[in-house]
Write a protein that binds this ligand. Sequence first.
Ligand SMILES: Nc1nc2c(ncn2[C@@H]2O[C@H](COP(=O)(O)OP(=O)(O)OP(=O)(O)O)[C@@H](O)[C@H]2O)c(=O)[nH]1
Ligand SMILES: [Zn+2]
Length: 365
Amino acid sequence: MSYDLSLLGWNDLRAADLPTDTVPARVSRVDRGAAEVIAADGQHHAKYGARVRRASATDPVALPCVGDWAALRWLPEGRYELDEVLPRSTAFVRGGVSRDSVGGLSGDGQGQVLAANVDVVFVAEPSMHAADFADLGRIERLVALAWESGGTPVVLVTKSDLFDDGLDDLLADVRTAAPGVAVHAVSSLLGDGVELAAGYLGGSRTAVILGPSGAGKSTLVNALAVGEVMETQQVRAGDGRGRHTTAHRELILLPGGGLVIDTPGIRRIGLYDIGEGVDRVFADIEELAQRCRFGDCGHTSEPECAVLTALESGELPERRLESWRKLQREAAWMASRTDARLRKEQQNKWKVITKEMRRSGRNRP
Ligand SMILES: Nc1nc2c(ncn2[C@@H]2O[C@H](COP(=O)(O)OP(=O)(O)OP(=O)(O)O)[C@@H](O)[C@H]2O)c(=O)[nH]1
Ligand SMILES: [Zn+2]
């Protein structure tokens, strides 16, 4: 069984990072100490080599994750070892890690990468959720998370068939909540918008679908997979068509091209790590704030506050200002938590050093 890796997203840019005497493979599942990978010559269960083990001992961000491109080294005993994680173009990171860790392998020793090399982040928000309309605040949060990962967000208002009238108004509201982001209505039930969504995966791009439980994520993946139960799709070299073999449910290869990563970690993501993505989602407010009279304007009662002026004129919806405040508080809280943790680690390091100095002092003749 051989695979055409270009259908999994392999390209010249990535090839430039490949160490000599190794072959590339994409991680489709991770276990403790080993990963399921797809290489040109087939699927393998590759144990982590010394380099990966050493790096991940001090920093879990260095651990392979679903979507990673890895370098495999052939061992004399006749098996591959996962020798190195190639630089990530994008990453969903849980825990306090800076954006630097996307390319390299450095974090604060606490982070965990949930998925890597994701090009498109579908934010699925149901047009109706139980008795509620689409939750704009949730869209803002997930779009911030998407920007933070380095991927490109695309908002899908799912279950659009539940709406008779007013869908256009709803879409207009969603567009205000996600400026600069493509917004589409999708009904997996009727097939509306599914091809549009598939269009984002052209050129073997990789997507994740974020959204609340019941948003229709699984149904959409099935629709993208043209109705098949997507447990076992794989791409065969040559004709590029799907074929059923071993399950790779966490890295789903779509028969029409492109991949979807669906892991429990990605499904549960949402309440953390929004960081700088917030500024981007609220670019309109950030821009207004530039025009406030005071540089440190809190936009509450200050004179000549451009934000309050826009609020009064109706240019800026009050809900959006509140959402901005809420997510900013959250991002600040996350940042302070990370700082506290870094401080603590720093202190621990010093404790160890001081202890050792004392000990060596005692041992001195
Ligand atoms: N009317 C309508 N119902 C849909 C549509 N897509 C999904 N559903 C229904 O919505 C329910 C939830 O769909 P799922 O695809 O399981 O949702 P999910 O986002 O994967 O949910 P979790 O697995 O809990 O995260 C199911 O009963 C689907 O049949 C749609 O386009 N229109
Ligand atoms: Zn102001």
